[in-house]
Ligand binder design. Structure first.
Ligand code: ADE
Ligand code: ZN
Length: 339
């Protein structure tokens, strides 16, 4: 490891774009299938891992939703979340704001309570065990109808004190943010923030829709903003966070190779970008691997690595004093290492 990679590992970091169902490692898929007597299309974990070759977002989502079918009881959601948090801790992550997809489970007859009890149980355990803080974000699946999202919002409402924001994910093309303007108005009325996947595969106009119509305060991915220079300027000026996921973008063929990823360009333009894992086993790495691969592929300098760490706290839903504390910690680490 060179010194920049050591700095990336040592700096305190927050993870702002991580789908809990997307942390399901093939070995856990098989263990849970065995536990529940479920049949899988693949003979073993290795064969499943070999199938992680995607041509676009949809080809990934097909496998991702199928894999999530083995998550059935509170303990499954708890062990899934705990396994992720143990890895996050090893990567030097001190704060997490994970997503989960309630509709993936309620459609199979699994209640929001089962999902939330498992996830929150693990988050509270990790708070005690590792000192990791958290905010939790359920997402609406945008390939489903507005009506389904409205029904899901009613199911989420009794648990709203456990959530900080609600997000929007799944198949982006043809499912613009405007489709969900009414349900997100209800989310905001309930005092929750809005985040949205936009500009991953969809056009920069979807980023504008997410900001203007949904009043999203953070954009997930957002990389296609580079096609609209005025939008990049606006994002930079307003410090609207973009939670990018570089390895995901390469595996889902948004970019042919990591060298083409706009992370460094956006950092240099003053946009508050972060680098996150998205769905780590599917895309070949957790948060720190995203950082270290970008250091190499994009020739990042120490100032970029330090900025990524600062942006991860600045863009989080921590309180202002907590943000200041962590940004101060990042600065201390950077000074100690001469960055
Ligand atoms: N759900 C899980 N990962 C996703 C991604 N990268 N884009 C949209 N929806 C997702
Ligand atoms: Zn995502």
């Amino acid at each position: 490891m060179n010194t920049l990679e050591q700095l990336a590992a040592a700096l305190p970091k927050a993870e702002l774009h991580l789908h809990l169902e997307g942390t399901l490692e093939p070995e856990m898929v098989f263990a849970l299938a065995k536990k529940h007597g479920a049949k899988l299309k693949f003979p073993d974990a290795e064969a499943l891992r070999r199938a992680y070759q995607f041509k676009d977002l949809q080809s990934f989502l097909d496998l991702y939703y199928e894999g999530a079918g083995v998550l059935r009881d509170v303990e499954d959601f708890r062990s899934l979340t705990s396994a992720y948090l143990d890895k996050a801790r090893r990567d030097g992550i001190w704060h997490v704001e994970p997503f989960f997809d309630p509709q993936t489970h309620t459609a199979r007859g699994i209640s929001v309570k089962t999902v939330v009890d498992g996830i929150v149980g693990a988050l509270r355990d990790a708070e005690k065990k590792h000192g990791i803080t958290w905010r939790l974000i359920p997402c609406f699946l945008r390939h489903l109808s507005e009506e389904d999202a409205l029904k899901t919002w009613e199911e989420l409402k009794p648990f709203r004190n456990l959530f900080t924001a609600v997000g929007l994910d799944s198949s982006e093309k043809g499912n613009p943010p405007s489709k969900f303007a009414r349900v997100f108005a209800k989310v905001r009325e309930a005092g929750l923030k809005v985040v949205a996947h936009a500009g991953e595969e969809g056009p920069p106009a979807y980023i504008r829709e997410a900001l203007d119509l949904l009043q999203a305060v953070r954009i997930d991915h957002g990389v296609r903003c580079t096609e609209d220079p005025a939008l990049v300027k606006e994002l930079a000026k307003k410090r609207i966070p973009l939670t990018t996921c570089p390895l995901s973008n390469v595996r889902l063929c948004v970019y042919k190779k990591l060298e083409e990823h706009p992370l460094k360009k956006l950092l240099d333009a003053g946009v508050s970008v972060t680098a996150n894992a998205d769905d780590p086993p599917y895309f070949g790495g957790y948060l720190l691997k995203n950082w270290t691969d970008c250091i190499r592929a994009l020739s990042l300098e120490a100032k970029h690595v330090v900025q990524l760490a600062k942006n991860s706290f600045e863009g989080s839903f921590l309180s202002e004093p907590e943000k200041r504390k962590w940004i101060g910690e990042v600065e201390k680490f950077a000074a100690k290492s001469g960055a």
